[in-house]
Design a protein around this ligand. Sequence first.
Ligand code: FES
Length: 125
Amino acid sequence: MPELNLAPQYLCDAAALQECGDAVLFEVSEWGQNAPAFAVRFDNVALAYLNRCAHIPAEMDWQPGKFWDMDKRFIICSVHGALYDPPNGLCVSGPCHGAHLVAIEVREESGQVYWYPSERFQPLF
Ligand code: FES
């Protein structure tokens, strides 16, 4: 079994994540399979999730990097309109009500945003 890489992974500069702005898209290896992910900023906190609706495993952005509803209050899945609460990824409306987006740990440090690998999420090689 390959050794786990738990080193923080550079994702983007902090300035690239504007409050409720376009997402920064990235990819991780999830249990060895490539998986699309995105990072956004909400309430001045950087957040990242797999780009995978909790309803049907489809990518959610209506255009690349566009994840916000009209009021920029919720993350919206463009496929059937599920709304997710940004801080915790909980679906508050839509066909997967009560389900969660899959979170990826991110932290900001010295003006840069990093994501943190885990057993489940590893960097791509
Ligand atoms: S696939 Fe996202 S709401 Fe149905």
